[in-house]
Design a protein around this ligand. Structure first.
Ligand SMILES: *Cc1c(COP(=O)(O)O)cnc(C)c1O
Length: 343
């Protein structure tokens, strides 16, 4: 049976072009600062996003955590969206590494209303923590891969600047946001002090993320990367695949088209429920009736060769990526139709 893996866009395998690039890549010791392939990837990323400098890291989590560490002091408060990756899926690292207090606020399709942010920023006080950082996530994973439009990002950045905050963008899927909204990724990068993005999500590289910001910030981040044990030696092996992934970023558009097709078809299968407004990129969230359990449904789909993730008790998630083709989408639709008919 063919397995169609919709669990995440992290499950992609390197394609032949990546293996070739890995084989050809000139290597050095990146901890000593002389791996030319890592340097090439960092320069490419920095140029593409219009930031002064970039740092190659093993994961997006490390990129976000180093950014939060560099922007804050222990005891500060940082504002983030309550469904964000930094708040929910980084093993509580904020409170351990940066020793800051998170202030989660509820967003709509991933966007925290600006008035809520303004209200949450604390005035200077002997008694209160100091608000120093605002984190945004684009696209917003748990909201369904929704795009924070440029207009919103600009206003949030303006608000951060007016209040003396720094803004870090968790742009794990920033190229999905850019391509879906036909906005240059650079424009989003202009609305933050730092951003991170994943090479290992829809872009399809086996591992790695970039953190970007100004020279001084990245210099500091490089030191913290070493401290946390994230500095790697012949990392050009990974960076070579990252360069290919980045060059092929425009293929994300295909994922978006397939996700739309999948969402539209699934939305017609009763009693599945999909908020089609949230289907803007490569993620499709499916709500199940309350009497059904997402673990149980995902197990039954797995028995039919369709892997999905159960992201909450009554919600399953399909993520489309480079190793999902039209046939996989059709298989998923068929499997859901059959399962619902059986139920
Ligand atoms: C995947 C992801 C990350 C980082 O994940 P790693 O698995 O640590 O690379 C960060 N933010 C968002 C929104 C993500 O989806």
């Amino acid at each position: 049976m063919k397995i169609s893996d919709f669990r995440s866009d992290t499950v992609t395998r390197p394609d032949p072009e990546m293996y070739e690039a890995i084989q050809r890549a000139p290597l050095g010791d990146d901890v000593l600062g002389d791996d030319p392939t890592v340097a090439k990837l960092e320069n490419y990323g920095a140029e593409l996003l219009g930031k002064e400098a970039a740092l190659f890291l093993p994961s997006g989590t490390m990129a976000n955590q180093i950014a939060c560490y560099c922007h804050t002091r222990a005891g500060d408060e940082i504002i983030l969206e309550e469904q964000s990756h930094i708040y929910n899926f980084e093993s509580g690292a904020l409170t351990v590494i940066s020793r800051v207090q998170p202030r989660p606020l509820k967003g709509v399709y991933g966007k925290i209303p600006l008035e809520l942010i303004q209200e949450a920023i604390r005035p200077p006080s002997l008694h209160c923590p100091t608000t120093t950082l605002l984190c945004l996530e684009n696209t917003h994973n748990l909201a369904g891969g929704t795009v924070l439009e440029l207009d919103y990002c600009q206003q949030a950045y303006e608000l951060a600047l007016q209040n003396g905050l720094r803004l870090h963008l968790d742009g794990a899927r920033i190229f999905n946001a850019a391509i879906a909204s036909q906005t240059e990724a650079k424009k989003f990068a202009q609305c933050c002090h730092s951003l991170s993005f994943c090479l290992s999500k829809g872009l399809g590289a086996p591992a790695g993320s970039l953190l970007l910001g100004d020279k001084k910030f990245i210099e500091n981040a490089r030191k913290i990367r070493k401290m946390l044990g994230g500095a790697m030696r012949q990392a050009g092996i990974l960076a070579a695949a990252g360069i290919v992934a980045l060059e092929k970023r425009h293929r994300l558009n295909l994922d978006h088209q397939r996700a739309k097709k999948l969402a539209l078809a699934l939305s017609k299968i009763k009693p599945l429920e999909i908020d089609l407004n949230s289907v803007q990129t490569n993620i499709v969230l499916v709500n199940l009736p309350k009497m059904w359990n997402s673990q149980d449904i995902s197990q039954k789909l797995q028995d039919k060769g369709i892997l999905v993730s159960a992201i909450s008790p009554h919600k399953i998630r399909f993520v489309v990526h480079k190793d999902i083709d039209d046939q996989d989408v059709d298989n998923a639709i068929y499997a859901c139709e059959k399962l619902m008919a059986e139920k």
